[in-house]
Unconditional design. Sequence first.
Length: 51
Amino acid sequence: MKKLLKDEAGDVPGWVLITLMTAGLVVLMWSVAGPALKGVFEQALSKVATF
């Protein structure tokens, strides 16, 4: 049982790297798609407001 915990503890930096890379991808995608999504949302609201 101790050996299993020791083996898994060495993989923490890998999970941290995966988490940071995923967060970086989300930020990158949001910065690219954010203005387009904002335009779509505002257009949808203006169409609803005209009813």
